[in-house]
Structures are given as C-alpha cells and as structure tokens.
Design a protein around this ligand. Structure first.
Ligand code: SF4
Ligand code: SF4
Length: 404
C-alpha cells in the first residue's frame, strides 16, 4: 500500500489535481516530495504542521517573502524551510516566454520548482525555498529586471484586468494605472508601514474580471458618463439572425428597466442606466460603452478575516483617469492619511470606514483633498446611509441650556 493513501485519492478522476502536479515536480525536487508527505500527515492528524518561525526577507526590503517552517524538520527535511517568494507580476498578466523561462530557471535552481500563477493578490508566487536562498534569488531575479511584490501591512502588489491590451470594453488604461501605482509607490510596497494590508485592483469596466469589488481595498472600475452607443443596423441583424431573444434576455434583464425595444429599434434611457454592462455583453456588435470615459472608485472590500467579508462601496462616482494619474494619487494619499492616523492595528480601511461612519470618513478625506489640485469634492451623501438610526435616544442638554 502507498505511504500516502489520502493523497492518492486526490489524484483520481479526470479533473486536474494539485497532487498530480506536485508529484510531477517531485521527480526532481525533494521539497515537492516532502510536501506530499506532510500534507498526508496533516490530513491524517486533521491539523496543520506549518508554523511561522520568525520574519524572513531579503536585504533592504520589509516585504515580498513569507516565512514558513514545518514543525517536524527532522522527519520532513525537504520542507524544513518552505518560504514563499512573491514576484511582482506584469500588468494584466501579459508575459513573454523568455521572461517566464528566466524566472523558472532561477526557481528550479534555487527553489522547489513549484509556483502559484497567480496568488489572490496577483503576484507570481514562487512556493518553497530556504532562508539561505532568499538573497541569491532576489539578486538573480533583479538582474533579469523583476522585483518583489508586497506582503504584510503594506501596499500589496497592484493588479488589473488586461484592459485595452485585448478588450474592447475597457474604459480606462488598466495596465498604465497599475504600472504607475506600482512604480510610484515602491516605498509603500516594500516597506510595511500601514495599519494593515491595502490592495489596489483595476478593472476596465464593470464586468470586473479582477473581482476588484470583492477583493481589493481600493477598487478602480472603468465606466462612462454619456450614452451607450447603439448601432440600429446591428440590432436588426440580431433580430434577423434569431440567435437571441432580445426582449427576454436583454430588455427584461436590465436591472433598471431602462431599455425600450419595439421589435426593431432599441432606445435606452441613459439617465437611468447603472452601467452594469449586461446589455453590452449580450449585444456585443450592436451596443458599445460611451465615449466620455473614466472610472468609479470604490473602497473597502475584503475577505472574512477579522470582521467578515465586505464588498466595496462607491466613494467617487466618476473621475477622469489620464496619465500621469495625479488625481488618483492625490486621492490614494488622502485615504492613507486618514486611515494611517486613526486606524487600529490589523484594521482594513473598509472596517475603519465602517467604524468611523461612512459620512465622517468621507468628510475627513475631503478635508485632506481640499488643498490639493485633483478637483475631487468629497462630501457625504444620503446614499451612504445603510439604514435609519436604531437608537432614538437624543441628548437634550444642549437645547435646555440654550433655552436657559
Ligand atoms: Fe474587459 Fe471589462 Fe473584463 Fe477588463 S473587466 S477584461 S475591460 S470585460
Ligand atoms: Fe440596463 Fe445595464 Fe444596459 Fe444600462 S448597461 S441599459 S443598466 S442592462
């Protein structure tokens, strides 16, 4: 019988198996072989055998490496150290094979050969190496033009959808925004100094292929503010082709019911459109996003760690985004200023905003922006109230004193 029967179970079936992939890596890596062994033991004991054993990193950086050790290094010497190296991915995950080949050669030489493409922040994640190899890995990847990403309480590696590189829906240059934020905020990315992590994700339109609305503290989503462009000839072609029931699949599914269709001609009440992209996704050839393009900025999404999962809330409904994105940078720095000042340790900016109250938070950010040049006016609005107040208790002392 095999030494790892539970791992064997995970290899069965026609679907992809991470065990199969690790075993393939194990043909040339003792780390990969011991990874399977320790996983088997964890499944058997129903507990993890990984532990944090102190901070590890590379010289000059406070982030980019996650230290991981096993609790029984004698039995599992291959994974006695199993540190993760986060390499800053390219914007939109656009690589060439030469670049990828160079990274893989370095990793085969100095690590386990196993990767995670990509981690949920977006980095190109190299899984499993020893403390002694960290500085040499950093030197090797730096010489090839790569850098480490973020980790810990810092700006995490900004990430984006492929946007204008391949997608006709992109209303903003997601790649340029991501690149600019990455290059401009190198210090914040490599030297953790925030209350907690801060993720920036950029989506070219509200299809949000990077799930920024659920997975980033600052979500930048491309949109437009004029009218959806309609090609009536193409609408007629859709009707003639019969491949789609426009009434049922488009008009009736518009969330605000703002589409009018008489069987041949389509009209949209753009003042009531919430730019959800549904009709444009369905009638690709006939409908296009507007031409007055910019972005909606949302804040506060996170996974369920301290307070439970949160989706992002809109803080700026529309802003133009053009290189060098000074207005965006001014906004980001104002957000950091307010959060840094009063945020608690391990409190994400969304949780902080909830604790402070959205209205008060927005006013505080607005004060930070007042002297700037970005032209964004942040004021609290009625839409920011989640529900009416639950506590009707009112202090009358002030009124009584005034009345005297
Ligand atoms: Fe295209 Fe929009 Fe998806 Fe970006 S988010 S890839 S622009 S559909
Ligand atoms: Fe309706 Fe969405 Fe199309 Fe706007 S984008 S018209 S809200 S389906």
């Amino acid at each position: 019988m095999s030494d790892t029967p539970m791992m064997d179970e995970l290899e069965k079936g026609p679907w992809p198996s991470f065990v199969r992939e690790i075993r393939r890596a194990g043909k040339q890596s003792a780390t990969a072989r011991d990874l399977i062994n320790i996983l088997e033991l964890s499944y058997k004991d129903k507990k993890t055998h990984w532990k944090h054993g102190g901070v590890v990193g590379v010289r000059g950086y406070g982030a980019g490496v996650i230290g991981r050790y096993v609790d029984d290094p004698v039995q599992f010497p291959g994974v006695a150290h199993f540190h993760t190296v986060r390499v800053n991915q390219t914007s939109g995950f656009v690589y060439n094979t030469k670049g990828l080949g160079e990274i893989m050669d370095i990793w085969d030489k100095r690590g386990s050969g196993m990767t995670n493409m990509h981690g949920s922040t977006g980095d190109l994640v190299l899984l499993g190496t020893t403390s002694e190899q960290l500085d040499p890995i950093f030197t090797d990847i730096s010489q090839k033009g790569w850098d480490l990403g973020g980790s810990g309480s810092d700006l995490r590696t900004p990430s984006c959808c492929l946007g204008p590189a391949r997608c006709e829906y992109a209303c903003i240059d997601t790649l340029a925004i991501t690149r600019e934020c990455t290059n401009y905020y190198q210090d914040e990315l490599h030297r953790p100094a925030f209350p907690y992590k801060f993720k920036i994700k950029v989506a070219g339109c509200s299809n949000d292929c990077v799930a920024s609305i659920a997975r980033s503290d600052l979500s930048i989503i491309g949109t437009w503010k004029d009218d959806i462009r309609i090609d009536q000839d193409e609408i007629a072609n859709y009707v003639k082709g019969g491949g789609i029931d426009i009434m049922k699949e488009v008009v009736m599914m518009c969330p605000t019911q703002c589409i009018d269709f008489d069987g041949t001609k389509m009209e949209i009440d753009n003042s009531n459109c919430v730019h959800c992209m549904h009709c444009i996704n369905k009638l690709t050839k006939a409908l296009r996003v507007g031409t007055d393009q910019g972005a909606t900025i949302l804040l506060g999404a996170k996974a369920p760690i301290v307070e439970g999962a949160m989706l992002a809330s809109v803080i700026v409904p529309f802003m133009k985004l053009e290189e060098p994105f000074e207005n965006l940078k001014e906004l980001i720095e104002a957000l950091w200023e307010v959060w840094d000042e009063d945020g608690k340790n391990k409190e994400r900016i969304g949780e902080f905003m909830e604790r402070m109250g959205k209205g008060e938070f927005v006013e505080a950010v607005g004060e930070q922006l007042a002297d700037g040049e970005c032209g964004i006016e942040m004021t609290s609005q009625i839409d920011m109230i989640n529900h009416p107040r639950e506590n009707p208790y009112i202090f009358y002392d002030e009124y009584l004193e005034e009345e005297g």
